[in-house]
Ligand binder design. Structure first.
Ligand SMILES: O=P(O)(O)OC[C@H]1O[C@H](O)[C@H](O)[C@@H](O)[C@@H]1O
Length: 427
């Protein structure tokens, strides 16, 4: 992964090279703290050891013998987005669907659409208690029974060492993968959680982990020596100067889910104590024709993160004698995309709007391993610099408790707030 922070300097928010030189002393301290956490496998920091600790053979064993047409991953948040990112970018072999919402119309449509007799279901929940995931799984299980499909033959469970799902796996003798200790959901893409779906979809897990390991080897005590830390430190420094939003804009359709995964990582990890940076999702070149207006000419409170592969397959643009379009003929869609990318980057910089360029060589296993690991390490560094508790999500838990209380799942004081809702209705 290559990170170019040149356009983060000298813009409207006033970040200069000297500021980064000063910040670098704090990066050195933060790096030491991170390395200490990794050495002791502390909660959260353990995620940065996954390139070494993840056992791809265990994942391959769990997937062995399945050759499905469809893979239905039932999970939400960190239990779906890592897998969705990897299979969205790399998994061409199998139709991968993610039941990560409980919209009844949508769930019913998916369950009706797939051939359940040729589907593998991976139910994923670290806690084993997430209402959306368990409810969706019960719906899928019932649909399989109704279709005469033995769900116990087609279900793989990924969960913690205890909880409802673990007991169900034991009761029905289902293949079960462990969510590793100390790895929060949004940092679990490079574990059993993200990699089972990838394996079923034909992704080379060793190459993903090798890419991640390369990025891990590049963590160092200076932001100028580590691409991941360059990104983490720069985003932090810009946020401190008013970059309240970080718009992540991959220039590859296959990386669209990456922006979604990044949004959870950044929002849930860093949105604490009145601090944080709002992740926005954009896609190049499509969103040049919509959101870019705001990014270039709206409030100067944003950073745009442009992400792209350096190489990809290309499609030639046929010659045309249509007036005014002949310049396109003989060129290619790849050249057009590249020109759009560089033009957007320059247009933001010319308007004083900070942007960062992140590149991987290709959208392949190694590139995705580098990118996912690099962003996780960047996030952990940002959290250290901002002094927030990166690996917790109390605000999310509050909402979960309130919903559970409303559904009669126990006494939760948070549910009381629902009845106290302020109203000012206009009809
Ligand atoms: O894996 P689970 O325990 O089902 O959790 C799934 C998701 O639920 C919560 O809302 C957390 O905030 C997320 O970080 C987590 O990824």
């Amino acid at each position: 992964m290559n990170v170019d922070i040149g356009n983060a300097l000298g813009g409207d928010l006033g970040l200069e090279r000297g500021d980064l030189d000063t910040l670098d002393e704090r990066v050195a301290d933060a790096h030491e703290r991170i390395e200490r956490g990794r050495a002791r496998s502390e909660h959260g920091y353990a995620a940065l050891n996954l390139p070494d600790t993840c056992d791809p053979d265990a994942i391959r064993r769990a997937a062995d013998g399945f050759d499905p047409e469809h893979l239905l991953t039932v999970g939400i948040g960190g239990s779906a987005l890592g897998a969705a990112t990897l299979t969205g970018a790399l998994g061409a072999g199998v139709d991968c669907r993610y039941l990560d919402n409980v919209d009844p119309v949508w769930v019913r449509a998916i369950v009706d659409e797939v051939d359940l007799s040729s589907t593998v279901v991976n139910v994923v929940s670290r806690s084993g208690t997430t209402a959306e995931t368990l409810s969706n799984f019960l719906v899928v299980r019932e649909a399989m029974e109704a279709a005469g499909v033995d769900w116990t033959e087609r279900t793989v469970v990924t969960t913690g060492t205890e909880g409802n799902l673990r007991s169900m796996a034991a009761r029905h003798d289902l293949p079960a993968l462990d969510v590793p200790d100390g790895v929060p959901g949004r940092f679990s893409a490079l574990s059993t959680v993200g990699l089972f779906a990838a394996e079923v979809a034909g992704v080379d897990l060793d190459a993903v982990l090798a890419g991640a390991a390369d990025e891990a080897d590049r963590l160092a005590g200076s932001l100028f020596e580590s691409p991941a830390y360059a990104y983490g430190a720069t985003t932090y420094a810009l946020a401190e100067r008013g970059a309240a939003t970080n718009a992540v804009m991959p220039y590859a359709e296959s990386l669209e889910r990456f922006a979604e995964w990044f949004a959870q990582l950044w929002a849930e990890s860093l949105g604490k104590d009145g601090r944080g940076q709002t992740p926005a999702r954009a896609l190049g070149a499509t969103d040049q024709h919509s959101q870019l207006q705001l990014y270039r000419a709206g409030p100067a409170d944003k950073l745009v993160t442009l992400v792209r592969p350096r190489e990809s397959n290309d499609v030639g643009i046929p010659e045309t004698d249509l007036e005014g379009l002949s310049y396109l003929g003989g060129s290619s869609l790849g050249e057009l995309l590249d020109a759009e990318f560089r033009a957007t980057e320059a247009s933001l910089a010319a308007a004083g709007r900070e942007n960062v360029r992140i590149e991987i060589d290709r959208v392949d296993e190694r590139g995705l391993g580098e990118l996912l690991y690099g962003m996780e390490a960047a996030c952990v560094l940002y959290g250290e610099l901002a002094e927030v508790s990166t690996f917790t999500q109390p605000a999310v838990e509050w909402g979960k408790n309130a919903a559970r209380g409303l559904l009669g799942g126990g006494e939760f004081s948070e549910a009381d707030a629902v009845t106290e809702k302020r109203r000012l209705e206009v009809e």
